[in-house]
Design a protein around this ligand. Structure first.
Ligand code: GDP
Ligand code: MG
Length: 200
């Protein structure tokens, strides 16, 4: 498959909507040359939020390990050394975070869509996300404060981590006919091999 047809799933979490950042975030993806192929405004149920994070059966363990590492890197003692326990706690907090209000769910398509959007989004913790990224530019939160308050890190946005994750997440949030196949005029420049369609 040519990578110009790579797809990814994005969720603008409730804090994005409340902060008036829908347009700002979408424009960053448009500007990069990606194409929106599906969009909806929903208030997720707890069951949907849980399904979303557990489409990857490894997610709980991976997230637990990542969280424990983050504590140790910052010289802090993790709440437990058991990744499953820590991962489940994160999942529980996320269910509350994602269900507290409307979110915008979107599917995007284009060259390296997964990697490009992850790069624009930035790393998980806003405190350490790079300047210039969505999580680095538009919010501030840290594992330390989130843990102190017993909640998920508020980082505005979800973006699929791999093509496989994207595939599963898109089919979870969208019916087949809600994903639109169409051409964007800008793709003629982005993907044309010879650039021979410009001059008359
Ligand atoms: P992402 O792919 O960068 O969003 O990160 P993950 O898939 O690892 O985690 C999903 C979401 O869970 C993140 O976007 C955060 O909102 C939250 N989260 C992840 N790890 C932690 C953690 O160690 N502590 C807290 N409080 N929240 C976390
Ligand atoms: Mg993730």
């Amino acid at each position: 498959m040519h990578r110009k047809s790579e797809k990814t799933l994005v969720i603008l979490k409730p804090d994005s909507i409340q902060r008036g950042l829908i347009g700002e975030i979408i424009s960053r993806f448009e500007r990069a040359g990606l194409k929106m192929i599906g969009v909806k405004l929903v208030v997720p149920t707890a069951a949907m939020a849980e399904k979303h994070y557990t489409t990857d059966p490894e997610w709980i363990m991976k997230t637990g390990r990542k969280s424990i590492e983050a504590y140790k890197k910052n010289g802090k003692k993790p709440p437990s050394d058991n990744p499953e326990e820590v991962g489940k706690k994160v999942l529980n907090n996320l269910k509350h975070y994602l269900t507290c209000g409307p979110v915008v769910v979107m599917a995007w398509r284009g060259i390296h869509a997964v990697g490009v959007i992850r790069k624009l989004v930035g790393s998980t913790e806003p405190l350490s996300s790079d300047v210039g990224t969505i999580r680095g530019d538009y919010t501030i939160d840290s594992y330390e404060i989130a843990d102190l308050d017993g909640r998920a890190v508020r980082n505005l946005i979800h973006a699929s981590g791999t093509e496989d994750e994207a595939e599963k997440e898109i089919s979870l949030w969208f019916k087949k006919d809600e994903i639109i196949k169409y051409n964007l005029v800008s793709e003629r420049i982005l993907y044309d091999i010879n650039l021979d369609g410009i001059l008359e």
